[in-house]
Write a protein that binds this ligand. Structure first.
Ligand code: FES
Length: 211
């Protein structure tokens, strides 16, 4: 049984893990992208496949040790090499998480644009005591992450695989209340910003010569 380094608690692991039909089909396509002998390069997409299969089967998107072992076996790698990758990247959850994963970007541009209010709204509305924790009903896990690459529309909250942008306290609470009702609002800017254009619409390249 693995130990959670943040709490010192044992992480309950499934007794076995094997890829299901949907995963096997995806693996076949991914592995085919790499030349013979270079299949180990598929380790990251295969870890994602494990995480998604766990979500389908248990409701929690995480990568158990047995899942890492299955990736190692499929790619002909030493298990330790897969463990190294899975524990290095924060997008892989190496312990069970809630049904919905709230990831608050706390890096400088998001912080300057109010990520602390987003964090507070997550705590208040999702009833999660703090980062690295899960609500008592098992619905939400809250994680602080580094730059999500969406700074232009900061602050960003990632909900599972979706980005919600231009948030403040009130809009974050509204989003979480919708998630609680089982809804999944359209991702993107919550203030209606067009992609990454300035608020209110584009300001450049709006005059077309000759028109
Ligand atoms: S700092 Fe938050 S997305 Fe870049």
């Amino acid at each position: 049984m693995a130990t959670d380094v943040s709490t010192g608690n044992e992480i309950p692991q499934p007794e076995s893990f094997s890829f299901d039909e949907e995963s096997n089909q995806a693996i076949e396509k991914i592995v085919a992208r790499y030349p013979a002998g270079k299949q180990a390069s598929a380790v990251i997409p295969l870890l994602y496949i494990v995480q998604r299969q766990m979500k389908r089967q248990t409701g929690s998107a995480w990568v158990p040790t047995k899942g890492m072992d299955a990736v190692a076996e499929r790619l002909g790698m030493a298990p330790i090499r897969v463990y190294e990758v899975a524990t290095f990247y924060f997008m892989f959850n190496t312990r069970p998480i809630g049904k919905i994963h709230l990831q608050v970007c706390g890096t400088t541009p998001c912080w300057l644009r109010g990520s602390e209010e987003v964090f507070k709204a997550c705590k208040d509305a999702a009833h999660v005591p703090g980062y690295g924790q899960t609500s008592a009903d098992g619905l939400f896990t809250l994680t602080e992450v580094e730059c999500l690459g969406g700074c232009v529309n900061a602050p960003i909250l990632q909900v599972d695989d979706d980005y919600y942008e231009d948030l403040d306290y009130e809009s974050t609470v509204r989003l979480i209340e919708a998630l609680k009702r089982g809804e999944r609002p359209a991702p993107g800017s919550v203030i209606g910003r067009q992609t990454s254009a300035p608020v209110g619409g584009p300001l450049t390249l709006i005059d077309v010569p000759g028109e």
